[in-house]
Design a protein around this ligand. Structure first.
Ligand code: FAD
Ligand code: MLT
Ligand code: ZN
Length: 482
């Protein structure tokens, strides 16, 4: 359906002046009009200009056509609650939205839903230096949390390249991983308590401002990683940790993935404190060099590289096997940042190439070489004309396998091909007891492959659970487990 773009006028009229597609969602659009009027009468900020719908109606992915009736920007928990009540009264579905850096199409509206974006709820509410907890609203940008903690020698130990845009609410809704999981684990570990608004508008505080709370089953962890399907996270108490006392950043070239794993094995054998252990293939590095002003790190070309942060005070503690001509050790903070730039620019550099389909796989480390060998041996036959880009958080067993064509996909053929080949990739992953998503989640993009993610019994339980929290099915419909 091609419906007209509507614009909310202050005097309470919706005007139509430009064509916008609402997909198959005329009903949601109609409900949306009623809800938008209600929200305006309550003084809640709403955007309905075409560019805003397009911009706030999606995350980092570009696979789906956006269709949203409007974007609401609550400024308080009460406003979130009022929005969900208004949507519930009309049966209008909602897409919770944070910094929109998600890579699984979890914050994409495709059915005329109302997008509820948390950006205006970005305050630090309290800092408790005794318990080392920071109480924040969910829309605070990740980096703002780090900027508050850093001068005190502390950090929230989740670190990811999207830190300048992603929000704490989004980090928790995806249980974000990132560059320091090998040392600190996922976001889940660094949360003391949550406040969530349920689909019916009621507020729940989960766990409270105490370190220990064993008074019955905890619901807190259910919301972490639930991709906006169980409720909207409005506040969190985050646990802070001391910044590492020392950090040595090293970049070393390796001839192969097994060689990279040998380095990891040696570090583990020597019980050296690893803060990060990242891997990327040479073609990833080449694309970064083309996009940025960075100079090639190695004198000779190398098949791949390992980037490590070790919590060591002195270079003399670096294992001898790493003291080769092909290892660069950062001597200053700036040099360390430059080494990290090779890794942190990969996603954006690949995004410029044409069509990118991302896999975010978890595999038992010892089975990873066999998996990669298998994928490589069949890749060109299964993905004609595509190039394979491999990188990831190798120390965590998390492989970002990117299938890239140097052209766009106007008719959706490349996407269809990737989706067809997912069956093959995911079967291989499951056969090795891996997971089809190590950190990005299922969203709209991977939800078709639920049978590769969970057992039938687990799926049944999760579906029932979703119904308990959201009987009308209004929170992020079509995403995750349904
Ligand atoms: P959004 O994209 O806005 O939303 C993500 C999901 O959370 C959606 O399902 C949405 O509905 C839900 N949601 C958002 N806010 C709320 C809320 N307040 N309450 C309930 N549900 C909510 N991810 C990693 O795990 N590790 C990485 O290393 C990593 N690196 C990245 C690097 C780049 C360059 C980019 C672009 C992305 C990267 N990501 C990574 C993915 C992404 O940044 C994370 O998934 C991040 O946690 C998403 O946060 P966000 O605020 O952008 O969420
Ligand atoms: C990363 O590790 O850089 C992210 O997960 C983003 C990506 O997979 O491209
Ligand atoms: Zn990642």
């Amino acid at each position: 359906l091609e419906s007209s773009k509507h614009r909310w006028e202050l005097h309470g009229k919706i005007t139509h002046h430009k064509k916008v597609s609402f997909g198959d969602s005329p009903t949601n659009l109609r409900k949306g009009m009623t809800v938008l009027k209600k929200l305006q009468s309550l003084g809640i900020e709403v955007l309905v200009e075409a560019e805003d719908l397009e911009n706030y109606g999606r995350d980092w992915t570009r696979f789906h056509k956006v269709a949203t009736c409007g974007i609401a920007f609550p400024k308080s928990t009460d406003e979130v609650s009022a929005i969900l009540k208004a949507c519930g009264a009309q049966g209008l579905p909602v897409v919770p939205s944070g910094g929109r850096t998600g890579l699984a199409a979890g914050a994409v509206a495709t059915q005329g839903e109302l997008v509820v974006n948390l950006s205006r709820m970005n305050r630090i509410l309290d800092w408790d230096p005794l318990s080392l907890t920071l109480h924040v609203e969910a829309g605070i940008v990740h980096e703002a949390v780090q900027e508050f903690l850093r001068p005190q020698g502390l950090h929230w130990p989740v670190d990811l390249a999207s830190k300048g845009s992603c929000q704490i609410g989004g980090n928790l809704a995806t249980n974000a991983g990132g560059l320091r999981v090998i040392r600190y684990g996922h976001a889940r570990r660094w949360v003391q308590s949550l406040k969530v608004v349920l689909a019916d508008g009621r507020l729940m505080e989960l766990h409270g401002p105490v370190e220990k709370n064993n008074a019955g089953t905890s619901l807190r962890d259910l919301f972490i990683g639930s991709e906006g399907t169980l409720g909207i996270i409005v506040e969190a108490r985050l646990r802070a940790a001391s910044l590492p006392k020392n950090r040595l950043t090293l970049l070393t070239s390796v001839p192969s993935l097994p060689a990279a794993l040998e380095i990891l094995k040696e570090l583990r054998k020597k019980q050296l404190p690893i803060l990060a252990f990242e891997f990327f293939r040479e073609n990833c590095l080449q694309r970064v060099l083309e996009k940025t002003q960075l100079r090639p790190p190695f004198r000779n070309s190398s098949a791949a590289a390992v980037l490590m942060d070790l919590e060591l005070a002195d270079v003399s503690e670096i294992p001898e096997s790493l003291s080769t001509a092909d290892t660069i050790v950062a001597e200053t903070e700036e040099q360390a940042r430059n080494l990290w730039a090779y890794r942190e620019n990969i996603t954006e550099s690949l995004a410029q190439l044409g069509f990118v389909y991302k896999h975010d796989l978890a595999l038992p480390l010892r089975k990873m070489p066999a998996f990669v060998e298998k994928v490589e041996s069949e890749f060109s036959q299964r993905f004609p004309g595509a190039e394979l880009y491999l990188f990831g958080h190798l120390g965590d067993g998390n492989l970002h396998l990117n299938v890239v064509w140097p052209k766009k996909d106007p008719d959706g053929k490349l996407l269809s091909l990737c989706e067809k080949q997912n069956e093959w990739i995911f079967s291989e992953v499951v056969a090795l007891q891996g997971s089809i998503s190590a950190e990005h989640g299922l969203g709209l993009l991977k939800r078709k492959y639920l049978s590769f993610a969970k057992s039938p019994t687990e799926l049944e339980m999760l579906r029932k659970l979703r119904k308990v929290f959201d009987p009308q099915g209004l929170l992020n419909p079509g995403k995750g487990i349904e």
